[in-house]
Design a protein around this ligand. Structure first.
Ligand code: IFM
Length: 470
């Protein structure tokens, strides 16, 4: 079988499907035209232009400017300069045939400290969305991908309940300004990272380290989400509303009851901490066995607010963690020898994605449709003779897509998959050293070079189109 996708510069005119190691089996649900294949990014990781057009400081500007917090002292001040290059970046996205784009809005770019709109910042996102619509690309906007305005952190950040209400105001503004242009709103990206890495161990902004803070910050983040959902529904009824959780697979180091319990607690801490309040309206009590004395202050009605019905749930998956009992009520990681790892040191473990999806399907009767809103890997990619041969990523993506297909075949409703990330970008505490993009970015010249993985994905999407049209 041959296919001709001449419309795309990254098509594989005349290539045979059998030559393409990316091609899923004929019976794969990934061939379904209603299964979206997209790419994801986030504001602070790509935009740069941190002082332009009235943008205020975010906690990540402050954190990355603090010596010792980010590898090599990198900051997001310039990043991929996407604020200026957004139009050509969208051309690139379209040339790679992606059907959907997940990006995030920088809260400090669109609202001033008094809560008034910043017209220039809002225009940036409106232009972006309008261009995506012109190109026929589905739009998924995340409201909070970690760049909290610094002035809110100065008043306690996510430890202050008031921040949840300010978030609802921000969601109100954005959904009034951008209604009709967004196919899917995502309130928060990975509240686990905001709460645990930001307030629990201090590896991320704002850099506080206290277990009690982590659970309280999580509660206010989830409350912010729950307050925002009805606002988004009222202002933009035609769009879908959801939230994005990063989930972790924990496996026991042995079959002992203690190690099996340890793996369970790992997943409680990574998954149930977020998913139980969202989907069951309660916190998992096991969490407070793991972290005694950290129960957050929960006011009457909060859990009902948090459990507002969702149109979809976004799942971000990267790796598994092998654990054993710490001899008490907790777990410790036992890194496995001889397994494949990425530049982050994370184990490549696609079965974890399949098992988690099937597990959530069984555990939560009210599980909404799912999107895989992030999946991908970092590698030390280099441009050689104009090409980036990222074959580890090609195999990674192929195997994780196969895991999604297996979950769908087991009955899980998964509607799409977004590769993390479109571009190499600012990888938080690891700065620019870790390259997650399917497009290589030369940070000296801002030249973009699609990696082989991007070409393979583009070719597959094009062949789906052709098949759908046939
Ligand atoms: O780069 C991050 C992203 O911002 C959130 N999810 C995980 C990615 C890789 O670490």
């Amino acid at each position: 079988m041959t296919y001709d996708t001449a419309a795309s510069p990254h098509s594989a005119a005349q290539a045979t499907l059998d030559d393409d190691p990316f091609t899923p089996p004929q019976d794969s649900s990934l061939w379904r035209r209603d299964f979206l294949l997209g790419a994801a990014t986030a504001s602070y990781q790509i935009e740069g232009a941190v002082h332009e057009d009235g943008r205020l400081a975010s906690i990540w500007d402050t954190f990355s400017a603090t010596p010792g917090k980010v590898l090599a002292g990198d900051t997001g001040a310039v990043a991929c300069d996407h604020y200026h290059r957004w139009a050509s970046d969208l051309d690139l996205l379209a040339s790679l045939n992606f059907e959907a784009y997940r990006f995030s809005i920088a809260w400090p770019r669109v609202m001033d400290a008094a809560g008034r709109p910043n017209a220039k910042g809002i225009a940036f996102y409106r232009n972006l969305l309008e261009r995506l619509k012109e190109k026929g690309i589905r739009t998924f906007a995340t409201l909070y991908h970690w760049d909290l305005p610094q002035h809110l952190e100065d008043r306690g950040g996510w430890l202050n309940r008031d921040t949840a209400y300010r978030f609802a105001d921000y969601a109100d503004l954005m959904s009034r300004e951008l209604h009709g242009l967004v196919d899917g709103w995502m309130t928060l990206n990975e509240p686990w990272c905001s709460a645990y890495l930001g307030y629990g161990n201090g590896h991320h902004a704002p850099g506080l380290a206290n277990g009690r803070y982590a659970t309280q910050a999580m509660h206010h983040l989830l409350l912010a989400h729950g307050l925002a959902i009805p606002v988004l529904r009222a202002n933009d009824p035609g769009s879908a509303k959801g939230i994005v959780a990063n989930v972790g697979r924990g496996t026991p180091d042995s079959s002992s009851a203690a190690d099996v319990r340890a793996a369970h607690l790992f997943e409680v801490q990574h998954n149930a901490w977020i998913l139980d309040p969202l989907l069951k309206g309660e916190y998992p009590q096991d969490l407070f066995e793991l972290w005694p004395g950290t129960e957050p202050l929960v006011l009457e009605g909060d859990l009902r607010t948090i459990a507002a019905p969702l149109d979809f749930l976004g799942i971000n998956y990267y790796f598994r963690t092998n654990v054993k009992s710490d001899g008490g009520h907790g777990f410790v990681e036992v890194p496995l020898e001889g397994v494949e790892r990425t530049q982050m040191g994370w184990e490549v473990y696609p079965d974890g994605l399949r098992d988690l999806l099937i597990g959530f399907h069984r555990e939560y009767p009210d599980l909404p449709p799912l999107y895989i809103t992030e999946n991908g890997m970092a590698s030390n990619d280099r441009v050689i003779d104009g090409e980036v041969d990222d074959r580890q990523r090609i195999a990674f993506l192929k195997r994780h897509l196969a895991a999604v297909d297996a979950a769908i075949k087991a009955g899980v409703d998964v509607r799409g998959y977004f590769v993390w990330s479109l571009l190499d970008n600012f990888e938080w505490a690891f700065g620019y050293e870790r390259r997650f993009g399917v497009v290589h970015v030369d940070y000296d010249t801002q030249r973009r070079t699609p990696k082989r993985s991007a070409e393979r994905l583009a070719r597959f999407i094009a062949s789906r189109r052709e098949r759908g049209a046939a």
